[in-house]
Design a protein around this ligand. Structure first.
Ligand code: NDP
Length: 455
């Protein structure tokens, strides 16, 4: 007779904490998923016997390596690189690469864990992984970034492959960095293959990939609003960040008739009461992607706006909020301020931007809250479609991919509704999107693992 792991949630979490000392972000992510999954598997002994949750919360492997490179002044610099391959039950490992000084093993483990459920939710055959380095691309010359990317790939290439693990971009890794890494992979292996996604169109990239995460987060928001009989048109929105996800979320909100009031970077946020329209968004894209400047420069050009040094935008009053910068950027007090100011829906473009306490505030207030693993899954979904196009040596057009993205986000929303219906709000069934996403994401991975036996 098998020994069941039918322990309670707090005993399970004690074990996770003990096995991962000091890895607070990873423990936070496991806690957030486990509280819903425990409820779901309570009467499903097969998942307990096979210790499925415990196995998903232990990465398949964590590869850590030295990345040595030379700066423009001929100093030798040493960084640490990682690839965390969390779970490949339903497809090759897939997940972004992050270059940022705050990157740690804990952050990459949390991101790889989350990615496992997110990728499952897309319905596409992709497992979960994440990688990166504590390298800071800010202020580095193009040549320095190139040398770093080449050195990073010189180790990473042996752990990845089109049927093994397919990395993509994330914070600090855009099309420039993907280009340098793809070039190095091709040079080392002498193979052109779809080993990275987020590539430029000229060498196998997909239409819609740059837009997919931000647009997808807005489609998810629109699906939540429409499910409750509301719409984006005429509503005001707060957005944090000014990178890939934030600028495309702003673009789609604007196209759907909403008004974006704020954007930010790690120095602070800008508040533009006239609305950040397409012309201003294009200006921000040039500022960030070409001049690599700071968001504070916005107020020199658009003088009705104000810059708030060292602050985050969540105390500005608005109908909608889209955190699109980084993890834990929206805390309990900020969540309370948003609710008090009448926010009706939150859609997370970033990964785990709201703290556990903040999430509880949104859930208690029964506002519509779309967690990152569902709301920002559009990016990896189009990455999955980039993999398909590369394998088949074809490329689909913008219109086809736009329709596919819209449908994928609708499907993800429907899965969350299926597993997340709970209680009432204003007399209507209320959806716990966190629970819906966690359970739908878990079930597919867990059932595949059951089929494999003990491996
Ligand atoms: P970018 O590097 O393009 O932009 C990141 C933005 O967030 C920048 O404005 C940056 O400001 C800001 N930021 C980064 N760290 C901090 C911090 N510690 N405090 C405040 N602001 C910060 O990244 P992306 O737009 O690609 O990614 C944003 C989020 O979306 C991340 O959580 C990422 O994991 C998630 N995501 C991204 C996907 C994608 O397709 N790109 C897919 C799914 C999720 P600064 O310039 O000052 O650093």
């Amino acid at each position: 007779m098998a020994v069941s792991d039918h322990v309670d949630l707090s005993t399970f979490m004690e074990g996770v904490k003990k096995r991962n000392p000091g890895q607070t972000e990873f423990v936070q992510a496991v806690q957030e998923v486990s509280q819903d999954v425990f409820e779901f598997i309570d009467d499903k002994e097969e998942y307990h016997e096979a210790q499925i949750l415990r196995r998903i919360a232990e990465p398949d492997r964590v590869v850590s390596f030295r990345v040595c490179w030379e700066d423009d002044n001929h100093n030798i610099r040493v960084q640490r690189g990682w690839r965390v391959q969390n779970n490949n039950a339903i497809g090759p490992y897939k997940g972004g690469i992050r270059f940022h000084p705050t990157v740690t093993e804990s952050i990459l483990k949390f991101l790889a864990f989350e990615q496992t459920f997110k990728n499952s939710l897309t319905g596409l055959p992709m497992g979960g992984a994440k990688g990166g380095s504590n390298f800071n691309p800010s202020g580095k010359s193009d040549s320095e970034v190139m040398r770093f990317c080449q050195s990073f790939m010189t180790e990473l290439y042996r752990h990845i492959g089109p049927d093994t693990d397919v990395p993509a971009g994330d914070i600090g890794v855009g099309s420039r960095e993907i280009g340098y890494m793809f070039g190095q992979y091709k040079r080392i292996t002498n193979r052109w293959e779809g080993v990275l996604t987020g590539k430029a169109i000229e060498y196998g990239g997909s239409q819609m990939r740059p837009e997919a995460t931000g647009y997808g987060a807005v489609y998810f928001l629109q699906n939540m609003l429409q499910h409750a009989g509301e719409d984006i048109e005429g509503k005001t929105a707060l957005i944090s960040g000014s990178g890939n996800v934030a600028t495309h979320a702003a673009e789609k909100i604007t196209q759907l008739g909403g008004k974006v009031l704020t954007m930010s970077d790690s120095d602070g946020f800008v508040h533009d009461p006239d609305g950040i329209d397409q012309e201003k968004i294009d200006w921000i894209k040039r500022l960030k992607n070409e001049r690599r400047g700071r968001i504070s420069e916005y107020v020199d050009h658009f003088t009705d706006a104000t810059f708030h040094q060292g602050k985050r935008p969540w105390n500005v009053s608005a109908d909608l909020a889209l955190p699109c910068a980084t993890q834990n950027e929206l805390n309990e007090d900020e969540a309370k301020a948003l609710v008090t100011d009448g926010v009706i829906a939150v859609s997370e473009g970033a990964n785990m931007p709201t703290t556990l306490e903040g999430v509880k505030v949104f859930q208690d207030a029964k506002i519509m809250y779309g967690p990152g693993k569902a709301a920002n899954a559009g990016g990896v979904a189009v990455s999955g479609l980039e993999m398909s196009q590369n394998s088949e040596r074809i490329s689909w057009n913008q219109e086809k991919l736009g329709d596919m993205l819209t449908n994928l986000m609708e499907d993800i929303h429907d899965k969350c509704v299926e597993y997340g219906e709970e209680g009432k709000r204003d007399g209507q069934p209320s959806i716990n999107y966190v629970k819906g996403a966690n359970i739908a994401g878990f079930k597919k991975v867990a059932d595949a693992m059951l089929a494999f036996g003990v491996v």
